[in-house]
Design a protein around this ligand. Structure first.
Ligand code: NAP
Length: 330
């Protein structure tokens, strides 16, 4: 990578034209991990800057209701929760920038992060909280009909399917939770799951099975999505018999898991075979002063509360790191 930084590296301070800035903690991503890191870093007087990425709040902001974040016994809307996270971080001085990290160079400090808006951050420490994105089915018609019947977000698109027939692909917590949400609008919701048992937790699974608007096609996969301008049919296959059949639908909601948004850090940070950043118990990546928190580094828990906890831990560690590793005077 060539960030063409020769002039800026020698003088790592703001050059006054707002295109270059030295920051103590740069947080990449604004989901629960990033905003919790921002809160803790701000309260440590580190003046953190948060690059929001494409989606302020990350995946949870697209969730209709969060019922398992402590402190909200009646549940809270995902967007509302993110808004509270953001306000709390800003109250202590965190700065939120609606910008996207486009290039990074972690070869030496200060670390360099260039944004899509052309700004160059020289960061004494970095917390990566870029989250994860929906996995695609990769079947014919999926890309063609995305936004025209194919969706990865029930909260965003459910309303368009009032009294329509929709299928939800997947058997995990997301698929089941979003199916329940879709029953507010759709006439019928059919969960299409490749096995004969849901992966989702017991409570959600029971709610889905007892909902009269939800039907489940077991041992079934989607082979193709087709239509004329908008989705009309899906080709389904029985995984036990191999038999294929057409099924008429208006919408196809796909919730088959997530993959971490870490391609930006390839060749710079250690990651596992699935692209999750590898961190130690202190959220530290293989580069000193570069931390990762939330789903970008968590293939296991992927909860709002665990991501928020990782973000807080990363900020606490960044604070220790900065105390112990001041940048040399230029
Ligand atoms: P997930 O738990 O990984 O489930 C993915 C589902 O999609 C599985 O049922 C899987 O089938 C199926 N699947 C995967 N690839 C497929 C393919 N190519 N074709 C057809 N089906 C496919 O993902 P998730 O539901 O997004 O949940 C992610 C994490 O977030 C989990 O840890 C979950 O507990 C958490 N979460 C929690 C809540 C909550 O607590 N309320 C809500 C949402 C998410 P198999 O079962 O056969 O593997």
């Amino acid at each position: 990578m060539d960030l063409n930084l020769s002039s800026t590296v020698s003088n790592p301070s703001s050059n006054g034209d707002d295109q270059e800035e030295l920051v103590r903690v740069l947080i990449i991503g604004s989901g629960p991990a990033g905003l919790s890191a921002a809160l803790y870093a701000a309260r440590a007087d580190l003046d953190p800057v948060v690059l929001t990425g494409m989606e302020l709040g990350g995946q949870v902001s697209l969730t209709f209701a969060v019922e398992n974040y402590p402190g909200f016994p009646e549940g809270i809307g995902g967007m509302e929760l993110v808004d509270l996270f953001q306000k709390q971080a800003q109250r202590f001085g965190a700065r939120i920038e609606f910008d996207l990290a486009a290039e990074v160079d972690f070869s030496d400090r200060p670390y360099k992060v260039k944004t899509q808006n052309g700004k160059l951050y020289l960061a004494e420490s970095v917390i990566i909280s870029t989250g994860a994105s929906a996995v695609h089915l990769n079947v014919p018609g999926e890309n063609e009909f995305t936004g025209r019947g194919v969706s990865y977000c029930a909260t965003c698109d459910g309303w368009f399917f009032k009294e329509k027939e929709v299928i939800v692909v997947g058997g995990g917590d997301s698929a089941v939770e979003e199916s329940l949400f879709l029953t507010r609008y759709a006439e019928n919701v059919t969960i299409v799951h490749r096995r004969d048992e849901l992966r989702a937790g017991a409570l959600l699974s029971e709610r889905a099975k007892s909902n009269p608007k939800i039907n489940i096609f077991w041992n079934t996969v989607v082979k193709e999505i087709s239509g004329n301008g908008a989705v009309q049919t899906v080709k389904l296959q029985d995984t036990l018999t191999g038999e294929e059949r057409e099924h008429e639908v208006d919408g196809v909601f796909i919730f088959i898991g997530h993959s971490p948004n870490t391609s930006l850090f390839k060749d710079q940070l250690d990651m596992d075979k699935n692209g999750y950043l590898i961190v130690d118990n202190f959220m530290q990546t293989n580069v000193p002063g570069v931390y990762a928190a939330g789903e970008a580094a968590d293939p296991h828990f992927r909860q709002v509360i665990t991501s928020a906890g990782m973000g807080a831990a990363a900020a606490i560690q960044a604070n220790h790191f900065l105390d112990e590793n001041p940048l040399p005077e230029k």
